[in-house]
Structures are given as structure tokens and as C-alpha cells.
Design a protein around this ligand. Structure first.
Ligand SMILES: Cc1ncc(COP(=O)(O)O)c(C=O)c1O
Length: 393
């Protein structure tokens, strides 16, 4: 059996989540906009999903917009807020380590006259709140900083950045919390965010379902015209089963967070100790302010793509950094921004654990990963093996 250590890319659908979704794919199939009983059942499921997600982040149900995933939620929030603010200003402040769903969306807005200012980060990938404040001018309408980085796991000082942003009237603060997901507390009042995005497949929900939190009173220009769904903020018949699945997965993950986090941290530390014992390896991202499940490193004189292929042959699913750049010859913009030269950034490896990761898997990975990394560093080729001794699937 292969060991899956790529939960930052996606997670398996949880059984309880599938069970919650199934009625909305079968007998409760109605269109939530229909006035009859079938429609009302679907509407109840959808309304409940809004409530469930909202209550876990300290928001109101009407402040949640379900979308077709994290990328769409980011496009809706960022483009929507930018266009709505255009009359007041054209300057958007962001960090150099955002996911492409943010970076490329903002780059696209530059074509329409928006000015995008990218803040540098330190060696650990952290944004300095002082830099955020210094970058805000009277033309700034939006600041967008991710909560936790998908490649190196670093957590940003979001509440402190929000405080700085809100020293300036009328500037909105958007947070991509897709990787942070339920790993950290996401109370929008404590954090002080105006827009926040989530994606269900990062926490054992279905793929292709996301949510945008939009603080009540925040104006956005709608990006998908059509019907009046989602309170006129996203046209199109809603994915009721998906929304129910996302809400169920989120609720379970939030309720279990303390226990899950404790276990994941212990497991990650065990694996980290084993892998970093290999000469020429270095942890990337912040040593403490990082997601509990996230281990990222650089193995000097190796190639991350070759490394993940060798690990795959040994039955371990890992990634270079981000699922979107796997197989690409480009080095990570995140590691570049953190000051790593190209030749070091090429040896990036990400091992991300999940709720379903077992101690036995971590023990097996703690033997296999260091062996493969060491072999790659000395130019030896990895040999296919069966880390759990259960037969290679
Ligand atoms: C930080 C971050 N933002 C955005 C996304 C995009 O989310 P989705 O896959 O739901 O479109 C991801 C997914 O990897 C991510 O990690």
C-alpha cells in the first residue's frame, strides 16, 4: 500500500462527508430555486451548509458564497473587490509568496490599469506587517495576503497585518486561507479580515467546491452573471451536495482540530527529525510558525522532481512544493522570494500529512525518505520497495 504524504495537494473524501452528500445526489435532487417540495429540501440543505461554514468562522450565513473551488472564490473576491474599488483607487498590495490563484489573478488585473505591489518576505517566507503598512497609499483599495503557504507551510501574522490594513479607512483585507483550512482558528472577527477563501478538498471534502467569506456590506462586482443565486453574487444552479459536503467536512475538521493538530505535529516532528538527519538537507519555511502537518525541505544537489519520482517508486507520494508546478522545470517563486538560489530551490521536497496518516506510515516513511534522499544526493538510483510490507498496489 502506498503512503500518501501529499495532503497539501488534496485529501481523500471522508466517509461521513460522502454519507452527508449522498441524499442530495439522489432523493433530494431538487433545484434549490424551485418552489415545490423537492426544491425546498435542496434549499434546506444549502441553507444549512451556509450556516455550518459561517458558524465555524464566526460569520453569518449570508456572508458565505459557495463557488466551484478555491480558485473561483479567489477570482470572485479579488477581481470583484478590485473592480468595486476602482473609482477610489487602483493599488493592490500582496506578497511575493501567494499561490498562483492569487498571483496570476492580480497579474491579470494589471492589464486593466491596477497597480500590484508585491511585498518581499524573510528567509522563512514571512511578511513583515510594517512593510504592509508602508506599502499602503491613499490609492490602495485592497491588500491580499495568504494565511499559510502551500509550499513551505509558513503561517503569516494575519491578525497583526489586518490591524495595520485597517489603520487605513476603506482598504479591504483579503486572506487566502485555503491551505490553512481548518488547521488554524479562522474566526473572522478575531482575525479582522474582510474576505477569506476556503477550499473543501483540502480538508476531506469534495473537489471543485469552495467558499468565499464576504464581510456584510463589502461590495464586489459579480464575476459570473446569471441567476440570483448566492444572494446575487454568483449566478448558476448551486452544487448542493458539494456545499453540504464542504460544510460537513469543515465542521468535523474544526471540531477535531486540537486532537488532530497534536497528533500531526508529533508525527511531522518524527519524520522531520529523520529526514533532516541526512547531510545537505535544510528545513524550508518557519520552524515554529508553520502548519502542524507540513514538512518542507531542500536537499542540496538533488532535483525535487527526480526525488519525488524515486519516492513514488518506493510507494511514497510526496511533491516538490505545489501540485500545480510538479513536473515543471521552473523553480518555485516562493523559494526564490525567500532568497534561495535556483540550484538550491531545485532540490525542494514537500511531505504533508493528514488526519488519516498513521503512526505506522510515519515510521515507514522515516526510514524510506532519508534513505532515498541520501541516495539521490550521492547519485545512486532508488530501488522500488514496499515500505509497509503490504504488497505494492
Ligand atoms: C494556498 C492556496 N490557494 C489556492 C489554491 C487553489 O484552490 P483550488 O484547488 O480549490 O482551486 C490552493 C490549492 O492548492 C492553495 O493551496
Amino acid at each position: 500500500m502506498a503512503i500518501y504524504l501529499d495532503h497539501a495537494a488534496t485529501t481523500p473524501l471522508r466517509r461521513e462527508v460522502l454519507d452527508a452528500m449522498l441524499p442530495y445526489l439522489t432523493e433530494n435532487f431538487g433545484n434549490p430555486s424551485s418552489g415545490h417540495g423537492f426544491g425546498r429540501k435542496a434549499r434546506a440543505g444549502l441553507d444549512g451548509a451556509h450556516e455550518m461554514v459561517a458558524s465555524r468562522i464566526g460569520a453569518e450565513a449570508r456572508e458565505i458564497v459557495f463557488t466551484s473551488g478555491g480558485t473561483e472564490a479567489l477570482n470572485l473576491g479579488l477581481k470583484g473587490a478590485a473592480w468595486a474599488g476602482k473609482a477610489r483607487g487602483h493599488r493592490i498590495v500582496t506578497s511575493a509568496v501567494e499561490h498562483h490563484a492569487v498571483g496570476h489573478t492580480l497579474r491579470y488585473l494589471e492589464k486593466f490599469g491596477f497597480e500590484v505591489v508585491e511585498l518581499t518576505v524573510d528567509r522563512y517566507g514571512r511578511v513583515d506587517p510594517d512593510d504592509v503598512e508602508a506599502a499602503i497609499t491613499d490609492k490602495t483599495i485592497l491588500v491580499s495576503v495568504m494565511y499559510a503557504n502551500n509550499e513551505v507551510g509558513t503561517i503569516q501574522p494575519i491578525a497583526e497585518i489586518a490591524r495595520r490594513v485597517h489603520n487605513h479607512r476603506g482598504v479591504l483585507f483579503a486572506v487566502d486561507a485555503i491551505q490553512a483550512g481548518p488547521h488554524v482558528d479562522l474566526d473572522v472577527e478575531d482575525l479582522g479580515v474582510d474576505l477569506m477563501t476556503l477550499s473543501a478538498h483540502k480538508f476531506e471534502g469534495p473537489k471543485g467546491v469552495g467558499a468565499l467569506y464576504l464581510r456584510h456590506g463589502t461590495h464586489i462586482v459579480v464575476q459570473q452573471q446569471g441567476g440570483a443565486q448566492e444572494r446575487h453574487r454568483r449566478g448558476g444552479t448551486e452544487n448542493v451536495a458539494g456545499a453540504v459536503g464542504m460544510a460537513t467536512a469543515f465542521e468535523l475538521a474544526c471540531a477535531e482540530r486540537p486532537e488532530t493538530t497534536r497528533r500531526l505535529r508529533r508525527q511531522r516532528e518524527r519524520l522531520q527529525k529523520a529526514v533532516l538527519a541526512v547531510d545537505g538537507t535544510e528545513l524550508t519555511g518557519h520552524p515554529k510558525e508553520r502548519l502542524a502537518n507540513h514538512l518542507s525541505l531542500i536537499a542540496r544537489d538533488t532535483d525535487g522532481n527526480a526525488l519525488t519520482m524515486s519516492l513514488d517508486l518506493e510507494g511514497i507520494a510526496a511533491s516538490v512544493g505545489s501540485a500545480c508546478t510538479t513536473g515543471s522545470t521552473e523553480v518555485s517563486h516562493v523559494l526564490t522570494a525567500m532568497g534561495y538560489p535556483d540550484e538550491e530551490a531545485r532540490g525542494a521536497l514537500r511531505l504533508s500529512l493528514g488526519r488519516t496518516t498513521t503512526d505506522a506510515e510515519i515510521e515507514a516513511a522515516s526510514a524510506t525518505v532519508p534513505r532515498v534522499v541520501a541516495m539521490m544526493r550521492t547519485g545512486q538510483v532508488a530501488v522500488a520497495a514496499d515500505p509497509l510490507g503490504q504488497g505494492v498496489a
